[in-house]
Design a protein around this ligand. Structure first.
Ligand code: V47
Length: 360
């Protein structure tokens, strides 16, 4: 093993934090299998044989979006092509209700930045689902949506979060983080929350007791240094105001986007990113190999490179499929159990906040 790699292994075994130089070394110079082995050791120390999944249903309320980020194939204009839709409150309620019989424990609600729907529309949807199904956890709205709700309602971010929490929102997903570098954001997504706004929403959410996730969109125009800086910003916020449950690396899918000339990342980059995030993010318990993004075979291998969570059964994923995801749009619970079991780990059904419901 190279000297720097040995020093990193020593740091990990003594619980010493990796720094930016270590992160850059791991990406640029270290051997893939060495990184994977270290990340797997950390995973085993944290969650042993468990590999988590949940039974959930994604609800994307609308695809009509004022932001129109360069990397996104889901958002469309109100009058344009691409099948603009916007669920009414009743349609959203019916969409969620339809899946309740399937044993879901979570509604995962993410939307676009609709030009006309008022904040009350979103509060009403959360409230109606929560009233009808109080035992089903509602994980809803990215930090980008929260900032937008504050803009359209005139409320503060804290007031928006408090209202949603009172209506039944239990936690927040990790989307919208992209790369926490404002030069890149000004190019990719100038119309939505900037880095500090994204972090501030999660800071306030954590202070209010709302657990959240965090993501990183990679494989577009960012550098390796941007990725490491992104991880360090998340780690710093987690030190200051803990509340991130899981980190989800999202490889950029280029189809039908304004960046369609960029190639999809390869398996080596995807596995390195999973493993390096496990090593850098020592204060975030769970790393997701989101099967929709990674594809099932790489997601399975990622479980041996530090990931400990496959995300959920989903029912109908729309955002990644608009951008060319090759997986199915949802997966049956038994299939999820089988594919985790095949990796040698213990399939473990969790609720949204990582209480273990059952092992298989
Ligand atoms: O913020 C959009 C990403 C995110 C593309 O918290 C793309 O558990 C790749 O964050 N290629 C939304 N990625 C989805 C998301 C998520 C998904 C599953 C679980 C959780 C969780 C969060 O999707 C967006 C953006 O970063 N995205 N377009 C694309 N073409």
């Amino acid at each position: 093993m190279n000297k720097h790699m040995q020093a990193i292994a020593d740091k990990i075994s003594h619980g010493v934090r990796l720094d930016k130089r270590d992160g850059l070394f791991l990406y640029n110079e270290a051997d893939l299998l060495d990184i994977g082995q270290l990340a797997r050791e950390v995973k085993m120390n944290k969650t042993g044989q468990h590999v988590f999944f949940n039974v959930n249903c994604h609800i994307n309320l609308t695809n009509i979006c004022v932001s129109r980020c360069k990397f996104c194939a889901f958002g469309v204009d109100e009058e344009g092509t691409g099948g603009p839709y916007c669920m009414t409150a009743q349609e959203a309620f019916d969409y969620g209700s339809n899946e309740v019989g399937g044993g879901i424990t979570e509604f995962h609600i993410v939307s676009a930045l609709h030009p006309k729907m008022p904040f009350e529309h979103y509060v009403g949807i959360v409230e109606s689902l929560h009233k009808a199904y109080p035992d089903i956890h509602i994980q809803a709205f990215t930090a980008v949506e929260i900032v937008y709700f504050a803009q359209i309602s005139g409320l503060s971010v804290e007031q928006v979060l408090r209202e949603l929490q009172a209506a039944g929102m239990g936690s927040m997903p990790g989307g919208g983080a992209e790369i926490l570098n404002d030069e890149i954001r000004r190019d990719l997504c100038p119309k939505k929350a900037n880095s500090e706004e994204w972090l501030e929403v999660h800071r306030i959410a954590h202070q209010l007791g709302i657990l959240t996730n965090c993501t990183m969109l990679y494989g577009h125009i960012e550098t390796i240094e941007d990725r490491i800086d992104h991880m360090l910003k998340l780690r710093e916020l987690q030190d200051e105001a803990p509340g991130f449950q899981s980190f989800i690396p999202l490889p950029f899918l280029p189809d039908n986007t304004k960046l369609s000339h960029i190639s999809r990342t390869g398996a080596v980059d995807d596995l390195k990113t999973i493993a390096i995030s496990r090593l850098m993010l020592d204060n975030i318990d769970h790393i997701k190999a989101f099967w929709i993004m990674q594809g099932i075979p790489i997601a399975q291998v990622a479980l041996h490179f530090g990931a400990d969570d496959m995300d959920g059964t989903i029912v109908e994923e729309r955002i990644m499929h608009a951008a060319g995801a090759q997986t199915s749009k949802g997966i049956g619970k038994q299939q999820m159990i089988n594919l985790i079991r095949e990796t040698g780990y213990l399939p473990t059904e969790r609720d949204t906040v990582y209480n273990i419901l059952r092992t298989y």
